[in-house]
Ligand binder design. Structure first.
Ligand SMILES: CC(=O)SCCNC(=O)CCNC(=O)[C@H](O)C(C)(C)COP(=O)(O)OP(=O)(O)OC[C@H]1O[C@@H](n2cnc3c(N)ncnc32)[C@H](O)[C@@H]1OP(=O)(O)O
Ligand SMILES: CC(C)C(=O)C(=O)O
Length: 563
């Protein structure tokens, strides 16, 4: 038992609907989108947007492709009014974009809204009044008839002003605000009364917007409400059903998606979900959800970083690093098994393949992101991710056994610092561990004689603590590498075995260079040796010495710790 008093709350009643259809529907096209960033988004800000900020956000909304944009509540404030005037007087509205304004159902506010819209080619006038039981009983203290009267009188007022301003092509939108807390029969009754007053036609439809002003139930209940409403509203053929969801329970997008399955035509929302309380339906998320299902979202988010930057600048709100599709970390995997799977899927992927990459629901490059950020390394990472970074940074294609050895080196660093290990740190770690000639053994001249078996004579430098001495190595074996290793064994008295070998041409750096990887067992210790050289044989011999040098350094360190 928690300490909460859960008896304070009651559950939302399920909708009695027989044979509901929406669960079997599949969304196959984008809805009509309407941005409410400049109105609902704006009214939720600590500091509402200035006209200048509104201009910047407007430009972005037009650029991403919204065809309907609610530009404000012009009766609420002078900046909202001035912005609408700027749009119209400065001819800022593209021919294929319609502006929309919100007003309460009060004559003075409606008149002021029409004054703001004077001279617009097209406009949507959006009228609302609250219809829920809580609003009727406690805020407006009116019965159903009284609430219908507000709506109908407001509609009559809008109609009269529209008729008096015929130079504008008017569309009427009505919202039974707080729809989710309204009895469905009453929601239909008030909307029918409004529609009957406006008298739309199939060519000139009215928009009925059914808001989850407050999200009060699971999204399936909202979908039931929408399906029930659509099945009962009069003049369905003359009505566009619009949804406007909020995110109080964290399901604003899900509710809108299920609402579209239930038959809605149009969706209102904001970029990245700014809006009252927990925000409005996030258009970026819903659009990209559609896109990830192979549907054209009819909005262009191919430069998502620009969207994030403009929205942040205009709203003064941060964007969570894990915000769906837009957060700075959403295409980044730190976990080893995720990195490994992503790397393998991307390596197999052909350019025209259907996107099917583990852990990446969509291709980051579609949003203007790149693969650079997909894999980042910390102590949760594994060999696959580290190998991916090395290949990208240095053109080094570590074989699997070399990945295992090097990832242990990176893991140690990550554990010591407890922080992310950057791509450049990983490259540096690889170079200092394997490619620096810090000795003590350094290869000098060598000579190979090929008879039945190979015979190698090599001069080495041994850089001791006191002095550097010359060391001669001579050995016979099956192949020059084998001969060299045999000679080294005799010289050092150590057991040295080459367990695995791989080499490839470098894809970056000097063109003619090759890189050799050797997994060497020195006594009982497995050591990775790596070397880069224009000559493949030299690279192999160097790689053996790298392994021997790493082994020697480890022995010295162990002695120092023990001492
Ligand atoms: C869910 C939503 O997002 S709805 C949109 C909400 N947005 C906003 O409110 C932002 C803009 N609003 C404002 O700036 C102000 O509310 C204004 C300028 C529009 C009006 O301000 P005010 O006149 O001071 O009144 P206020 O907004 O407090 O309204 C309260 C009055 O309007 C009535 N009212 C509220 N909404 C409506 C409506 N939609 N239709 C008719 N009357 C309404 C209330 O019953 C109340 O009446 P009362 O004064 O007789 O008790
Ligand atoms: C005015 C309406 C559509 C609204 O913003 C809401 O109900 O949230």
């Amino acid at each position: 038992m928690s300490s909460f008093n859960h008896n304070k709350y009651q559950s939302f009643k399920p909708i009695e609907i027989v044979n509901r259809q929406w669960p079997d529907q599949v969304i196959s096209k984008a809805p009509l989108w309407c941005s409410v960033d400049l109105r609902d988004g704006n009214q939720a800000l600590i500091e509402p947007m200035s006209v200048e900020q509104k201009k910047v956000l407007w430009a972005l909304l037009v650029k991403v492709g919204f065809k309907e944009i609610e530009v404000g509540f012009p009766a609420a404030s002078q900046p909202d009014f001035d912005f609408v005037r700027w749009l119209i007087e400065e001819n800022q509205i593209p021919d294929d974009v319609t502006i929309q304004v919100l007003t309460q159902a009060r004559p003075a506010l409606i008149e002021r809204s029409f004054a703001a819209l004077k001279g617009a080619k097209r406009a949507v006038v959006h009228l609302y009044n609250s219809t829920s039981t809580v609003q009727r009983e406690q805020v407006f203290k009116l019965d159903r008839a009284g609430i219908i009267d507000i709506a109908v009188k407001g509609t009559q007022c809008v109609k009269a002003l529209a008729q008096a301003n015929p130079e504008t092509q008017w569309t009427f939108q009505y919202s039974p605000e707080s729809f989710t807390g309204t009895e469905l029969d009453f929601a239909v009754e008030i909307c029918d009364a409004v529609v009957a007053t406006w008298q739309p036609t199939a060519q000139d439809k009215v928009i009925l917007n059914l808001p989850a002003t407050v999200e009060m139930s699971t999204p399936n209940v909202y979908a039931d409400q929408i399906e029930w409403f659509i099945n009962h509203v009069a003049q369905r053929e003359n009505v566009i059903i619009s949804l406007h969801t909020h995110n109080d329970r964290g399901c604003g997008v899900a509710a809108a998606e299920l609402g579209v399955m239930a038959g809605a035509d149009r969706i209102e929302g904001t970029l990245l979900g700014n809006g009252e309380r927990t925000g409005n339906m996030d258009v970026v998320t819903m659009a990209m959800n559609l896109y990830s299902q192979g549907i054209d979202p009819e909005l262009d988010f191919s430069n998502i970083d620009e969207v994030v930057q403009v929205v942040k600048a205009c709203t003064q709100l941060p964007v969570h690093p894990r915000h769906p599709y837009a957060g700075e970390l959403v295409f980044t995997a730190f976990s080893g098994s995720h990195q490994d799977a992503i790397k393998k899927c991307l390596a197999l992927r052909q350019p025209d393949d259907i996107w099917n990459v583990a852990y990446l629901p969509i291709d980051p490059t579609d949003l203007g992101r790149d693969y650079q950020e997909v894999i980042r390394i910390n102590s949760q990472s594994g060999k696959g991710g580290i190998a991916w970074i090395l290949e990208r940074e240095l053109g080094v294609q570590l074989p699997r056994w070399a990945q295992i050895e090097f990832s242990a080196v990176v893991q140690k660093t990550a554990e010591v610092t407890g922080a992310e290990v950057s791509a450049s740190q990983i490259s540096e770690l690889f170079k200092t561990t394997y490619l620096s000639t810090s000795g003590p053994y350094v290869l000098g001249d060598y000579h190979i004689e090929r008879k039945q078996s190979d015979h190698v004579k090599a001069k080495l430098e041994y850089q001791g603590q006191e002095a550097t001495t010359a060391v001669e190595v001579e050995g016979i074996g099956r192949g020059a590498l084998d001969a060299f290793v045999n000679g080294l064994q005799q010289q050092t008295g150590l057991t040295i075995d080459v367990i695995d070998f791989a080499e490839h041409a470098m894809t970056s750096g000097a063109e003619a260079e090759a890189i050799t990887y050797l997994l060497v067992k020195v006594e009982d210790t497995r050591v990775l040796g790596v070397a880069v050289h224009q000559d493949i044989m030299t690279a192999s011999l160097d790689a053996v010495l790298t392994a021997l040098n790493i082994y020697t350094a480890q022995q010295v360190a162990e002695v120092a710790v023990a001492g």
